[in-house]
Design a protein around this ligand. Structure first.
Ligand code: C2O
Length: 513
């Protein structure tokens, strides 16, 4: 159904209040609950699943070095909001339909607290998965400032749990960020971008099966979900009243599969200052911003001298990026609106810094191992598309086992037609380059024939990352230091329908050799 645009104000998720704050640590309790929430003025309230019963979840704000414990609890109903495909890996009929586990995306987290997909638990910890170890997760927050996010990661169900609302921001602060004099407080706005589809009664709609369901399976997983409505911070096409000054936006693509390529209809520049995992060295002015699922961007928009103007944030990324259906300019092509209607209460002394700080670039010769990992589309037993990493399934034996303290280069050899955003838990990495190759020749011979010179990273990707776009027909090379923990983690495509159906692999960080 089609809803009016810019009728609701953009909500800002509230900060989560600690249960206990001592000199040594901060302790939070977070309960996942079903609730009703108004997502648009013209439809009845929507049933959502939210951390603390709100969607998006409350923002967790921490400072570097602060030790944080969070008890994540599940008080959700016993029946899922959406149809469950029991043929998907880890989603067998015998295990509870409603199971959850929380991953802090981008966090350098010990394995027991990382939200391993098989560490799920049901309501009241009644049942739990084989990897469940504890209910109070520990985060030591040793990383520098950046926007992390927390979201559900239950095996075979992540797409549905996040779609129901289980995602929120986790902002890590440090002294360097403080010293930069960026727009802050009410002038720093998190934007969690998603697409959704609604029914007339206000409920969220998620497909029961693909359009051309040849499998005979019902319900049956869709290869990727695309909604017809854009939702920001849990409101449909919202507006934000701003003052004529600089604002800092923490952008997060929390959609299941949709890419966003953002522009401002005022033809203004965005000043990008950061990536997934902290600041760039220098800001860059860009007219468009590309965000794959799970990527974050740190940007400043300057509304000075635009008093009285209405500025629309638009999207022109096709589905199945880069080759699918174009956006509908009247629906998925629109994200939200900024209205420069507020008075300037004080003079804007915040800045767009010239330099945020040096990044330590990893030289290629430090890499101990060079892995080639294919991203491919195959067919499953029932004739449905099946996406695989290195042609292996979730249950196949572990093949990626770096030693702690070593650095590796991973080459993602994409022989599929989609751009897959690959995320690796625990680590941050740097993009080396992308190089086109002969896909058909590779498929026949498993040998690489490059067809051009490598393309160095675009200025906006020259920083630390935890999720990287791997375009079709290219080999994307990243360099990754593995530390400080040993143990079992996962890496996967962050299109949620892909990670739920075999495009996810365990990997293990081994003790020093
Ligand atoms: Cu944002 Cu493994 O996930």
């Amino acid at each position: 159904m089609k809803l009016r645009k810019f009728v609701d104000a953009l909500p800002i998720p509230p900060l989560l209040k600690p249960t206990l704050r001592s000199g040594e640590y901060t302790y939070y309790e977070v309960t996942m609950k079903e609730a009703k929430q108004a997502l648009h003025h013209d439809i009845p309230e929507t049933t959502i699943w939210g951390y603390e019963g709100i969607y998006p979840g409350p923002t967790i704000e921490v400072v570097q070095g602060e030790k944080v414990f969070i008890k994540w609890m599940n008080d959700l109903p016993e029946h899922h909001l959406f149809p469950i495909d029991h043929t998907v890996h880890g989603a067998e009929k015998e295990i509870p339909d409603v199971r959850t586990v929380v991953h802090l995306h981008g966090g350098r987290t010990e394995p027991e607290s990382d939200g391993y997909p098989d560490a799920w638990f049901s309501k009241g910890f009644g049942k739990f998965g084989s990897f469940f170890q504890k209910s109070v997760y520990e985060y030591d927050n040793q990383q520098s400032s950046r926007a992390l996010w927390y979201h559900d990661h239950a095996i075979g169900l992540t797409r549905l749990n996040i779609y129901a609302g289980l995602a929120g921001f986790y902002l890590l602060r440090d002294w360097r960020e403080q010293s930069l004099n960026l727009p802050s407080g009410e002038y720093e706005i998190p934007l969690l971008l998603q697409d959704r589809s609604f029914r007339e009664d206000g409920s969220l709609a998620y497909p029961v099966q693909p359009k051309d369901n040849v499998s005979g399976i019902f319900p049956s997983i869709v290869p990727s979900f695309f909604g017809d409505t854009i939702v920001v911070n849990g409101k449909v096409w919202p507006y934000l009243d701003v003052a004529p000054r600089k604002y800092r936006f923490r952008l997060l693509n929390a959609a299941n599969a949709r890419f966003f390529r953002l522009t401002l209809d005022s033809d203004q520049l965005f000043y990008q200052i950061g990536t997934d995992s902290g600041f760039l060295e220098k800001p860059i002015g860009v007219k468009s911003l590309l965000l794959a699922p799970a990527e974050r961007l740190d940007v400043i928009i300057d509304f000075s001298n635009l008093g009285g103007k209405k500025i629309t944030l638009k999207n022109d990324a096709p589905t199945h990026f880069p080759i699918g259906d174009p956006v509908d300019p009247d629906t998925t092509g629109i994200v939200m609106q900024f209205r420069v209607t507020m008075p300037l209460s004080t003079i804007d002394t915040s800045v767009i810094p010239d330099f945020m700080g040096p990044i330590q670039w990893l030289p290629e010769h430090t890499a101990r191992n060079n892995r080639y990992l294919q991203l491919s589309e195959e067919k499953d037993w029932y004739g449905r598309p099946l996406f695989l990493l290195d042609q292996k399934k979730w249950d196949d034996p572990i093949t990626e086992q770096p030693h702690v303290g070593t650095t590796e280069i991973w080459n993602f050899v994409n022989t599929d037609n989609d751009d897959h955003p690959i995320h690796i838990h625990l680590v941050q990495f740097q993009l080396l380059d992308r190089c086109s190759f002969d896909v058909d020749f590779y498929k026949k011979t498993k040998q690489i024939k490059y067809t051009d010179r490598p393309i160095p990273p675009h200025a906006g990707e020259r920083g630390w990352k935890d999720t990287i776009r791997c375009p079709p027909g290219f080999i994307t090379r990243i360099i990754i230091p593995f530390f400080p923990y040993t143990g079992q983690y996962v890496w996967h495509c962050h299109m949620l329908e892909h990670e739920d159906y075999e495009m996810m692999r365990p990997y293990r960080v081994l003790p020093p050799s």
